[in-house]
Design a protein around this ligand. Structure first.
Ligand code: DC
Length: 228
């Protein structure tokens, strides 16, 4: 069966999540938010008290990762993420859990443990896969590969707006420092570092709005799929 796979990779705050959800609705494709898997795993390992000694207890951590219940439920309000039946959608989006995710994502054994789980999302008629290594590692055979980036400053400004919208009191300097630290860790890690695939279509969203990025993406995707 033919499954169209479209990968969207890039750093956090580039607008990937919003665009991936819009693309999935537009094409009526499935959606893989791979960052949410790492966030869910980070939360689960922290609840098991294993986050501080990931490398010492690696076998235990891998077992938890392999059995992690990955439950994403589509609702009219968006995707609800469950952990052991509890709605953790808001919790996994906090800066704190983002830090946990970045830590677990740097461990090769844990990436390996969730690799097949991610590939299982590729179901007909197609998949929009959002992450860091979707094009380079998880779906190298994808028909369309997009790399979406933006400057750290514009990503920090967007994140501050989003957090303020959630009623949180945040300082842009703290958010910018977090983003820069996380970028560095994601780009410099030895396993599956954040980098564009050689054949990726590159978009910088620093100075363009979400609708314009969406139009660039759909034009590119339509042209690519028509030539397939
Ligand atoms: O996209 P996000 O902010 O939800 O991702 C959370 C963390 O997970 C981030 O530090 C990078 C990591 N991640 C990854 O290493 N590989 C992916 N495919 C997706 C996310």
């Amino acid at each position: 069966m033919n499954v169209n796979i479209i990968t969207i990779d890039g750093p956090s705050g580039s607008g990937k999540g919003t665009l991936a959800a819009r693309l999935a609705a537009h094409y009526q494709y499935h959606l893989l938010d791979s960052g949410a898997i790492y966030r869910l795993l980070g939360l689960s390992l922290s609840e098991h008290g294993l986050l501080e000694q990931l490398n010492d207890d690696i076998a235990k951590c891998v077992a938890i990762a392999e059995q992690l219940p990955i439950v994403f439920k589509s609702t009219e309000q968006g995707v609800v993420v469950l952990l052991n039946g509890i709605d953790v959608s808001a919790k996994i989006r906090t800066e704190e859990v983002g830090e946990y995710a970045s830590k677990v994502a740097a461990i090769p054994e844990l990436r390996e443990a969730v690799l097949q789980r991610q590939r299982d999302f590729a179901q007909a008629p197609g998949l929009i896969a959002d992450g860091r290594d979707m094009a380079t590692i998880v779906f190298p055979e994808a028909q369309v590969k997009i790399y979406l980036t933006a400057s750290a400053e514009s990503r920090a400004a967007r994140r501050v707006k989003q957090l303020q919208g959630m009623g949180l009191d945040v300082r842009i300097s703290d958010i910018l420092a977090n983003i820069q630290a996380r970028d560095k860790r994601d780009m410099e890690r030895t396993v599956a570092p954040l980098k564009p695939a050689e054949d990726a279509y590159f978009i910088d969203s620093s100075d363009i709005g979400i609708d314009e990025v969406f139009n660039l993406m759909t034009s590119h995707i339509d042209a690519k799929l028509a030539n397939n």
